[in-house]
Design a protein. Structure first.
Length: 155
């Protein structure tokens, strides 16, 4: 659940940035619902990716190795998904995938694309850093460090 909440907030940040760049400031309920679905999908994708043997490539090295490795993998996937998302939009307008790709390459505002990628990189880097830190010090210790001594669970 925390992973889904993280992605839900992150995707809303990106949606607001996109709207500010497009100079429109209305977040529709459908946007929030589609971001919720996207958050659930991303959360599940990350959980599945974390089961792959190559994802935790540097378990005995300093944390920065795994943080950089995982951030790079997640960023490449995020860039691909971002491009495909735009490609689908342009393909619908152009009437086909090849025509949509040509239209995308011609009409895409590339600085906007790269701004979103930079924000995604910062969010992904922050996520991977926190996750590796919690993995290294343990969930219980991290919870105590952030929230103090938690009451025992009621049965």
């Amino acid at each position: 659940m925390p992973l889904t909440v993280f992605f839900f907030i992150a995707l809303h940040i990106i949606a607001v940035i996109r709207m500010l760049m497009a100079r429109e400031l209305n977040i529709a309920a459908s946007t929030t619902m589609s971001l919720l679905v996207a958050s659930l999908i991303l959360g599940k994708a990350v959980l599945i990716t974390d089961l792959l043997p190559f994802i935790n490539r540097f378990p005995q090295r300093p944390l920065v190795y795994n943080i950089a490795w995982k951030s790079a993998i997640y960023l490449v996937v995020a860039a691909l998904v971002h491009y495909l998302e735009r490609l689908i939009d342009f393909s619908r307008q152009a009437g086909g995938l090849a025509a949509g790709n040509e239209k995308l390459l011609a009409e895409q505002v590339w600085p906007h694309f790269w701004v979103v990628q930079i924000v995604l990189f910062i969010l992904i880097l922050r996520y991977c850093t926190a996750r590796e830190l919690v993995r290294a010090i343990g969930k219980d210790r991290a919870m105590r460090m952030f929230f103090g001594q938690l009451p025992p669970p009621a049965f």
